[in-house]
Write a protein that binds this ligand. Sequence first.
Ligand code: FAD
Length: 515
Amino acid sequence: PHYLMWFRRDLRIHDNTALAALCERANEDNASVSAVFFLTPEQWQAHDTSLVQVDHIARTLPILAKELQSQLNITLTVQLCSSFADCIDALTTLCNDNEISCIMANHEYEGNEIDRDEQLSKQLAKDGIEFVRWHDQCILPPKTITTNDGDSMYKVFTPFYKKWRHTLDVSTIQMHEAPAVDSDYKIKLPSSQTFANTIDKIKSLSEKMLSDYQQTLEKNESLQHIDMIAQLDRARDAYPAGESAACQRLEAFVDDDINNYDVSRDVPHLHATSQLSAYLTIGSISPRLCYLQANAAQEKLHGNDGDNEDINRWISELAWRDFYRHVLVEKPNLIRHKAYKEETDTKINWSYDTDDFEAWCTGMTGVPLVDAAMRCLNATGFMHNRLRMVTAMFLTKDLLIDWRLGERYFMQQLIDGDFASNNGGWQWSASTGTDSAPYFRIMNPFSQANTHDSKALFIKTWLPELKDIPNSILHNEDKMRKELAKGGKFADVDYPAPMVEHKSARKLAIAEFKK
Ligand code: FAD
């Protein structure tokens, strides 16, 4: 028999649940194994996938192909398919032409992905072809962490986390390693330019797709302020592709930075967080490996009963990632742009002011920390977690702009753009989500700057025009307004006054939520 591994957001060979299961079964059944990945640019565009993330996928595929071949004896075929609907036809054809009797893949939890898999499953069943899916994206799969008094999903993170942590403490997590398979086979391909099954061809097919993707995005009026080539260059430097690069980053973080995480994670200019999200999002590294390495570091430091605040804090961030995926599975409507707290959709009078939104996107709000963060995002495709909260709150509370506009903009820029985490983060900030920030607790971007960027090192990196303005002015809205009004230190500086007064904007937002 012939079996097929379908890679999606799991671009790695170690601890890949579906891959391990398929290879084991192939060896038992004396079957040969091949693998496939579909480039789906139209679908990605419909999902607002950023150019830097598509590039990251494109850079990862040749590396994955090489590792699959050399370590597991499996050939990867990459096929250009536009949309998910085309993938269904392509897979059905592949199965029929190659007498494939079983496909395995890892679950994806978003709406179009679920619909695609269900349709495919029905279609393949007609021909007696198995389509088996495995839970792989979370450390503990959705629906396994439920309330003690029933089987419902937690609505608040803290009790979810306690149960999640307890479950991990009393059980052993398995890493699933795929054995090499005895016989690989190259899928028979129709004579067409849209397939590639050698490393060179995979590279050129991916590069061509990427350049078309970039050209399409360049036509988008609302993204004209992004220098896409510079953004790509920076992201390529910051995120070398592939599983080994991701594992090295994890090791370096656990060796050097995890011990100060609790303190330094909130200081944007330090780069003291793991920066693994880009790899976790496309599945270049296993989240279970991240957990196990952190846990091992904890045991090394403190023995079996160890308790280390820094390491615990980092593990809790991995739990947030699981939490938002579990929430999405529980509330599939989130993918249809619904708020978790649905009443906020009808009762809050969100603004759609295009000038205000543009000022936020381009980093021209006159609020230094917000602008520095947005310019960093536009330039690099990454934003620090604290700044994601500050900028998201500024948009949704100070400007009262619909969180969905910010959510979409982040997806269009972020290298780690991920529906569940992004939607969760936005709804947390907008106070419309599960376990969200209470609506009256609104971050003041000036005092956030004072606390987390006290020397304005981050601000001055991204807003060099402010390099000579004293921090005491940058961190205080009243002083900044006064200085701007009299010219003063701003006389030769091209930088706008804050577009709203935080104190009064805060009052308006609270009144809107109260109402
Ligand atoms: P670390 O601090 O090293 O954390 C380790 C890992 O834990 C991260 O790589 C990530 O996978 C996970 N994690 C950390 N914090 C969170 C969190 N709050 N929610 C969910 N998972 C978390 N994360 C994404 O991966 N993709 C997104 O699209 C995304 N959008 C966000 C939007 C907003 C408005 C907010 C407030 C947060 C968003 N986050 C998102 C979460 C978080 O900001 C990033 O995961 C984090 O900044 C990535 O940096 P890191 O890898 O260095 O994280």
